[in-house]
Design a protein around this ligand. Structure first.
Ligand code: SAH
Ligand code: SF4
Length: 402
């Protein structure tokens, strides 16, 4: 598999250039090893004149044993440990709050550098434990039903901030160490942000999730969810073979343009073709694409929508995940009724589809995966605009008798 761009060499070059400038004060730019995948760790060790095999050792220390203190890495010589301390760091984001639901769901509020707070959610279900990971602070894509979208976009998360969410969750479950029961069995990139708009950092961190010397999670258990950034999806198969989820939400372009504005640029047919190419490119092409469909009352939940969806997906290898819309207070949309949810699901099953319904979890701690908001520093001021618009609409509703 190809490697996304390499930042380590650049960082190290800057450092040695600065070190060699006679008069200049020594500015030591240290590399944070937490976000480096195996390949980049190999490059890092080569660049400091060390053997490649150190990469696997350090990967294991960090991501299997949970050790972020170079001095505790006992199979590394004292000299090399000192060198590592001079050239590298192991920095983590900080958990500022951990909320536990009575159903076992756990939500982490994590402060990233710069002060933004992002959310990561762990959802246990039978033998499986799924961690819902964020890829950006906020999101630029502005889907009409999404709370993250309403917050505007602040910035991409670095690879260490993405894999850091897995590290912190694993630590909180006591998962590190030999023969410890594995609580995190699955990861879904369904937290805040659009993963394909932060391509390199997301690919690098998924690579660490799946690496045998790190978390060793199977490629069938790591899922990237996208609203449809087609050019990036076209490249994805060159870098990873994780599972793919497409946030579809509508089966015709007119309605999808309204719900998922990026559809205006990359319409449904183009998106489904790209998704199919990805599945064909991955070595085990028997895998299915997960279609996510958030059901919103009287918007996309009518039987005619179900019929249209069934027709659209007839020749695509899919399983369908129906998600009841999760209401929040900057949206006039309503959750699908249970009756309609069941009719919609039953119709798709009758048509031969595999259909699952996402149950709402962690209600008591406000932890719906895919609806994470955090306290984002909204650089675009989009949330203020929405608030004003929402209040205006509410006022109109109150004054206008139905
Ligand atoms: N940006 C990516 C991944 C994050 S969103 C994407 O859009 O796929 C993860 C999932 O949660 C998406 O399917 C999204 O449509 C869904 N989602 C967002 N807001 C929601 C809400 N209020 N209720 C239910 N599902 C929501
Ligand atoms: Fe962004 Fe996904 Fe939310 Fe759309 S649904 S605004 S792409 S996070």
């Amino acid at each position: 598999m190809a490697e996304p761009s390499l930042a380590v060499d650049a960082a190290l070059n800057i450092q040695s250039a600065r070190d060699s400038a006679a008069e200049a004060p020594t500015v030591v730019l240290k590399v944070n090893l937490l976000g480096l995948n195996h390949q980049k760790l190999v490059s890092f060790f080569e660049s400091i004149g060390e053997k490649k095999f150190r990469a696997a050792q350090v990967l294991k220390w960090i991501h299997q044993l949970g050790v972020i203190d170079f001095d505790a890495m006992t199979n590394i010589s004292k000299g090399l440990r000192e060198k590592l301390k001079r050239t590298a760091t192991l920095e983590l984001p900080e958990i500022i709050q951990q909320l536990d639901s009575k159903d076992g769901t756990r939500k982490f509020l994590i402060r990233e550098s710069g002060g933004s707070v992002i959310e990561t959610v762990y959802i246990p279900e039978g033998n499986r434990g799924t961690l819902c990971v964020s890829s950006q602070v906020g999101c630029a894509l502005d889907c009409s039903f999404c709370m993250t979208g309403k917050q505007g976009f602040s910035r991409d998360l670095d690879a260490f901030e993405i894999i850091g969410q897995v590290w912190l969750a694993a630590k909180s479950f006591g998962q590190f160490g030999e023969d410890r029961p594995r609580k995190i069995t699955n990861v879904v990139m369904m937290g805040m942000g659009e993963p394909l708009l932060n391509f390199d950092n997301v690919v690098d961190s998924m690579n660490i999730m799946m690496h045998d010397n790190a978390y060793g999670i199977s490629k069938r258990r790591v899922t990237l969810s996208t609203s449809g950034v087609v050019p990036a999806l076209d490249r994805l198969g060159d870098y990873t073979d994780c599972c793919l989820a497409i946030s579809l939400h509508a089966a015709n372009d007119e309605l999808r343009n309204e719900l998922v504005p990026i559809n205006k640029k990359y319409p449904i047919a183009m998106l489904l073709e790209s998704a199919q190419r990805y599945i064909e490119k991955t070595p085990d092409n028997r895998r299915k694409i997960t279609i996510e469909y958030t059901l919103i009352d009287h918007v996309n939940d009518r039987m005619e929508h179900a019929v249209e969806l069934a027709d659209l997906l007839r020749d695509v290898p899919v399983k369908i995940n129906l998600i009841p819309f999760n209401p929040f207070n900057l949206s006039n949309y309503k959750r699908v009724s249970n009756n309609q949810l069941h009719r919609f699901r039953d119709y798709l099953i009758e048509q031969g589809y595999i259909v699952t319904v996402r149950t709402t979890r962690g209600d008591d701690i406000d932890a719906a995966c895919g609806q994470l908001a955090g306290q984002v520093n909204d650089r675009t001021r989009r949330s203020e605009r929405y608030k004003a618009k929402f209040e205006e609409e509410q006022a109109i509703k109150i004054i206008t008798p139905e």
